[in-house]
Design a protein around this ligand. Structure first.
Ligand SMILES: [Zn+2]
Length: 213
């Protein structure tokens, strides 16, 4: 089975350049590809860490949606290549109605989580870097866990209790240089010493590079 990874629509970036603005577009095929490869048991990149997402999507396909952005956003002087947000339109009235309409026009529903990725990065990224970006965003959809690491389920819905998760490690080089590594940084260093769990073979199997080459 040859599967080519999803690429952003070709006219998105051109059109954005013409308009000198960022353009966004729904990424329907990206969601299908993520479900097949990351969220399905037996998928080439399947990761049980995301089982709660699979379960929530199985219950309600409106749980998650994806979008392409024509270029990176700049936040806090850093390039943002991907973003995972819990869709909440706090304002009421027409502003909320307009934003919800946008979602319905794109997806046919208002998703609970929206993952947006930089199309100009994704277009040129290696399969490896593309998959790593997608998985980074998936990890932002966290599940509450008990002391044993088991997912906690809501008594009301019977579904995993999800939340927008922050990064495992956020630190300045200067702090580690001057004060040493925190427990989280130490843990990251330990993990980084091991070879990556996902092999290039897994990546090529769901991106089709070896098939094209
Ligand atoms: Zn992040």
């Amino acid at each position: 089975m040859d599967q080519i990874r999803p690429f952003p629509p070709t006219d998105l970036i051109d059109q954005a350049e013409e308009e000198e603005a960022i353009r966004l577009a729904p990424a329907i095929d990206l969601k299908e590809w993520v479900v097949t490869n990351f969220l399905t048991v037996g998928g080439h990149l399947h990761n049980p860490d995301h089982d709660h997402i699979a379960e929530l999507l199985h219950d309600n396909e409106e749980f998650l949606a994806f979008a392409w952005a024509s270029s990176a956003a700049v936040a806090k002087k850093r390039m943002v290549l991907g973003q995972c947000e819990k869709v909440m339109f706090n304002q009421g009235g027409w502003k909320k109605a307009r934003q919800e309409q946008q979602m319905r026009d794109w997806y046919g529903f208002v998703p609970q989580y929206l993952v947006t990725v930089d199309a100009s990065f994704c277009e040129q990224a290696t399969d490896h870097d593309f998959c790593a970006l997608i998985e980074h965003e998936l990890y932002h959809i966290g599940v509450e866990r008990d002391e044993d690491g088991e997912a906690i389920y809501s008594e009301m819905t019977g579904l995993p209790k999800h939340y927008l998760a922050g990064h495992d490690v956020e630190e300045f080089y200067g702090v580690v240089r001057r004060w040493g590594a925190s427990e989280n940084v130490k843990r990251l260093v330990e993990i980084a010493k091991n070879p990556p769990f996902v092999s290039d073979f897994n990546v090529s199997a769901c991106c089709g590079t070896c098939v094209i080459g």
